[in-house]
Design a protein around this ligand. Structure first.
Ligand code: 13P
Length: 394
């Protein structure tokens, strides 16, 4: 009956027709890794900044961007005692995956001993999208990805991440950017699963701009539904896959300012309920430039609201980079012998976000403990994380 099917139906059925599917054993192994990553009250520490991105952060903190400083900083994070209570997985950059502590223990082993799964950023950064709107990007790294994933698995990685960015204005993202990034995210996810890695699919809608929260919600819905459709038509097993979206926020320069946690929660939950299938075990939000306190308060409100309105079957947790690290880097960079206080702070940041992932964060409210952030409400926005014409990371 194939000739009678529409082309979109054929593409949806493609993996069934070609038999391009995982074995039952592999599918259940991937599903169990994804379940572990999205376990209740646990989230991911994204410490996979490329050499260029971590370099900008170190520079801002007054430190040189040398391999040993990068290694020492990641050692501080990964050897935080008790981190595994709140953190299920750590995303690393290629360089870090092969590094070890100063006393010679491989990072991957240190993490596994704490019950934390090692993960790896597999994309190669952003490039301008041919035929896209101004400032629109695609993500490089599909070429050679299968071979690279085999190597990452041998080095101990159990999951992967690929970040696409989408710019929001009244006209953007363009249909070309939505389609290209959704297709590439699905192609990446399929390759990862074939190699035994759980893919974290990250379509980051950038907060830069003056768009309203309503505009951001519409763009989120458009992007996420295209991503889900491409994942399905590429034969990605949703049970062994995780999503890493931006919360639904107004643009950083929107007139009328930011939105409070309840407003963020309502808009975010509404979009997720509309487009994310229940088969996907977890939605692990990025912090995307919010302050540490905001990211925690918004995640907490999302979980409270989801519980109240129901029909939200996925874990709603965090895969934060800046919101788990900014205060820690500030403290450590001021005095690199202050490892124990910096680790205590890292643990406290992980703890409050774990509470927020359960909708049980009491800080910021009357009688609650203050948030551990040393930066208070300081925005962690970085305008170089879209396409600023910078050289691709080495
Ligand atoms: P932020 O939480 O700092 O946005 O980082 C998450 C991440 O991994 C972006 O790729």
């Amino acid at each position: 009956m194939l000739p009678l099917l529409s082309s979109s139906l054929v593409s949806l059925l493609h993996p069934y027709i070609t038999g391009d599917y995982l074995t039952g054993e592999m599918a259940s192994e991937l599903a169990s890794i994804a379940e572990r990553l999205a376990a209740p009250g646990k989230g991911i520490l994204a410490s996979d900044e490329s050499t260029g991105t971590i370099g900008k952060r170190l520079e801002k903190a007054g430190l040189p961007n040398t391999e040993d400083i990068r290694r020492a900083y990641r050692e501080l994070l990964y050897t935080t005692p008790g981190l595994g209570q709140y953190i299920s997985g750590v995303i690393m950059f290629k360089e870090t995956l092969h590094q070890a502590t100063s006393d010679g223990r491989r990072f991957t082993e240190v993490l596994q001993q704490e019950g934390i799964l090692p993960g790896i950023k597999v994309d190669e950064g952003l490039a301008p999208l041919p035929g896209g709107g101004e400032g629109e990007t695609f993500t490089r790294g599909l070429e050679g990805l299968r071979e690279a994933c085999g190597e990452y698995v041998r080095a101990g990685a159990r999951f992967a991440k690929w970040r696409a960015t989408l710019k929001v204005t009244d006209q953007l993202p363009s249909p070309a950017a939505v389609q290209r990034n959704a297709e590439d995210l699905a192609a990446y996810a399929k390759i990862c699963q074939d190699c035994g890695l759980v893919p974290i699919v990250e379509p980051e809608l950038l907060i830069d701009g003056d768009h309203s929260q309503e505009r951001f919600a519409a763009a989120s819905q458009q992007v996420l539904s295209a991503v889900v459709s491409c994942l399905l038509s590429s034969g990605v097993a949703l049970e062994g896959c995780l999503l890493k979206p931006q919360m639904v926020l107004p643009g950083a320069d929107a007139t009328g300012g930011g939105a409070g946690p309840e407003q963020v929660a309502r808009a975010t939950v509404e979009v997720m309920r509309r487009v994310i299938p229940p088969a996907l075990p977890g939605i692990l939000f990025l912090s995307g430039g919010q302050s540490e306190e905001q990211a925690t308060a918004n995640l907490d409100a999302i979980n409270r609201h989801a519980r109240q309105v129901g029909r939200c079957p996925w874990a709603l947790s965090f895969s934060f980079g800046r919101a788990l690290q900014a205060s820690v880097l500030k403290l450590w960079s001021a005095d690199r012998t202050s490892v124990a206080p910096a680790q205590h702070l890292a643990l406290q940041l992980a703890r409050v976000n774990s509470e927020a992932a359960l909708g049980r964060y009491a800080g910021g409210q009357e009688g609650g403990q203050p948030h551990p952030s040393r930066l208070s409400a300081e925005s962690l926005r970085e305008n170089f994380r879209g396409w600023g014409g910078q050289q691709p990371p080495k």
